[in-house]
Design a protein around this ligand. Structure first.
Ligand SMILES: [Zn+2]
Ligand SMILES: [Zn+2]
Length: 178
């Protein structure tokens, strides 16, 4: 029998279809399962907890889990690299089914029911990995860093101009001598 903070026994729920159970809890997350691929990637801050508010409902094929998952995240702005943070609010709708071979057709997107228990942990971690912002912005209108001198254009201005097209260089010479 699996044990974990999000293992729920579902034998009672399954005894009569349509029975529901609300799971409202905060759980510690497994940092290793959420490890960012690169240092610049968005992540869940170390030690952060996920707020789960789920409703489990039995149906003929297994258990349907719906609800909302809230989890803090942090990352860096893709334009200016300033730290960005927020809260992911993820709507959940997932199925847990008996493993294949027990009469039910295989449902490849479903999580398994094992020994009349379901582990919501893998579902929670998968959802977070899917929803972490890939390229967040500190603000929709972030002006980013100057590609020439590197200053933060949200805070300072610089006199850098884009290099000119060399075909116009001769015109510049005419202008400066006239
Ligand atoms: Zn920014
Ligand atoms: Zn500049």
């Amino acid at each position: 029998m699996a044990v974990g903070p999000l293992v729920v026994h579902v034998a009672r729920l399954r005894r009569s279809l349509g029975t529901t159970e609300r799971i409202k809890t905060s759980v510690a997350l497994d940092a290793e399962r959420l490890a960012p691929a690169t240092p610049a990637d968005s992540r869940v801050p170390e030690g952060a907890e996920a707020d789960c508010d789920f409703v489990l409902e039995s149906y003929s094929g297994g258990i349907m889990v719906t609800g909302v998952l809230r989890v803090p995240w942090s990352g860096q702005c893709r334009r200016c690299t300033a730290p960005v943070e927020g809260t992911l609010v993820i709507s959940m709708k997932e199925r847990y089914c008996d493993p294949p071979g027990r009469g039910e057709p295989e449902d490849e997107e479903a999580f398994p029911i094992v020994d009349e228990a379901i582990d919501l942990g893998p579902m929670v971690h998968e959802a977070i990995l899917t929803e972490l912002p890939l390229a967040p912005l500190c603000a929709e209108d972030c002006r980013g860093l100057c590609p020439y001198c590197g200053i933060d254009r949200n805070e300072q201005t610089c006199a850098c101009v884009a290099p000119r097209d060399p075909r116009w260089a001769s015109l510049d010479v005419l202008r400066s001598t006239s």
